[in-house]
Design a protein around this ligand. Sequence first.
Ligand code: ASP
Length: 458
Amino acid sequence: MANQPSRRSLWRRYLDFPLIYKLAIALVAGAATGLIVGEPAAALQPLGDVFLRLLQMLVMPLVVVTLIAGVSSISPARLGGIGLKALVFYLVTSALAITVGLVLALAVSPGAGLQAPGEAEQRPEEAPPLAETLLGVVPENPFAALAEGNVLAVMFAAIAAGIALAFMRDSAEERIRGLGEFVRRGVDAGMELVFLIVRGVLQYAPVGVFALIAAVMAETGVGALVPLAKLTAVVYGGVAVQIGVYAALLALFGIGLRRFFGAARDPMVTAFATRSSSGTLPVSTRAARRMGVDEGVYGFTLPLGATVNMDGTAIYVGAATVFVANVAGVELTLSQLLMVVLVGVLASIGTAGVPGAGLIMLSLAVSQAGLPFAPVALVAGIDAILDMVRTMCNVTGDLTGTRIIARTERGMVHDPDSGGGSGGAAADPPPPGAHEAAAPAGGPADGPPGEPGERPGT
Ligand code: ASP
C-alpha cells in the first residue's frame, strides 16, 4: 500500500519528462543496444511493431476527420488554391532534392572502387504505373478504400464529404443547417478523440523507438556500413542540405525556426525510427496543430504530403543511382540524369510512405536510366539505415510545406499558446465564423487542459 503513491509519482515523473528527451534517450540507447548486443537484439522488433501498429491504427480515422473538418471550414475555392500550392511546393522541393542527391553523389562518386555482387539481383517489385495511381484516387467504394488504407482515395471521399458539409452549414434551410452543425460537431469530437489517443500512443513511443532502432542496428551492423560509408554520408549530407533549404524557406516566409523545429522534432524522431511517413502522420498532424496551423491546411496538406512528397527519398534515389553507375563503371549522360530526376519525382507520387518504398523507386530509376541491376543489391543491404534519415526528411518537408502554405493563406495560422512567438507568422485573425471549431487555445493542440504529459514545446 505504501508504495502505491511512489509508483504513481514515478509514472507522473515519466509523463512530465519532456517527450523529446525520452525519444532522444531511446534513440541513443536503442542504437547502442543493437550494436553491442548484435543479432539477439533483433528480438526486440515486436515491441517496435506494436508502436508502428498503434500509429497505423490512427492514420485512417485521422485522415477522415481532419479532412472533413478542415474542408468544411474553408470554401471550396480556397481549397483549390491550397491544393495547387501544396502540389507545386511538393513537386519543386522534390525536384530540388533529387538534384541535391545527384550533385553531391557526382562530386563524391560513392561507388567508385566497389565491386557488384556476382549474381544479378532479382528485380524488386515495380512501382504502380502513374495512370493507375491517378485513377485509383477516385474510390469505387470509400469504405473499401478505408479498409485497404488507400490514403489518396480516402482523401478524395473525405474532401467530397467536407465540401458537402460546408454547403449544408451554409444552407438557407434551417433544418439542413442544423444537421450540418450536428455532423460538424461530431467530426470535431472525433478529431479530439483521435488526438487524445495520439497523446497516449506517444507515451509508448520511447519504447517503440528504442526497439525499432535496436533491431535495425542489430540486423545491419556497422560492418555492412563500412564499404558503403560514402553513400551513407552522401544521403545523410544531402538530407542535412535539404533541411537547411527548409530552414531558409521558412525564414524567408518570416516563420520562427525555433518554434517550427520545436514542434517538428517529435515527428522527425518518430519518422526516423518508424521509417514510415504515413505511419508518422498522427504525430506530424499533432505537430502542425501545435504550430498553430489551421486544420483547413494541415488536414489536406499532410496526408497528401505523406503520400506524394518524398524529398528524402528523392535525395536517396539521386545519390544511389550515381552509386550504381559508379559500381557498374558507367558514366551517366545528361539525358540519363534528367531521366533520373523525372522518374524520381513521378515515382514519388505513386509510391506510398512506407518502409522500403524508396528501394522500389531506386529500381525504377536504375532501369529507366538503363543501368545494370546488380549494384542495387549492395544498396538494399543498408537500405534501412538510409530509410531512417530519408523518411525524417520526407516528414520535415511535408511540415515545411504545410507551415508555409498556412502562412500564405489568410486566417490559417492561430496561436495555440499565446506566449509562443512564431515570428511574424503567428495568429492571423480567423475570418469571422470560419473557425469556430478551432477551439480554445491549448485545447486541440495539447489535449484537455490539465492533462498530464507534455506541455507546449516539449
Ligand atoms: N520510408 C519512406 C517514407 O515512408 C519512403 C522510402 O522508403 O523512401 O516516407
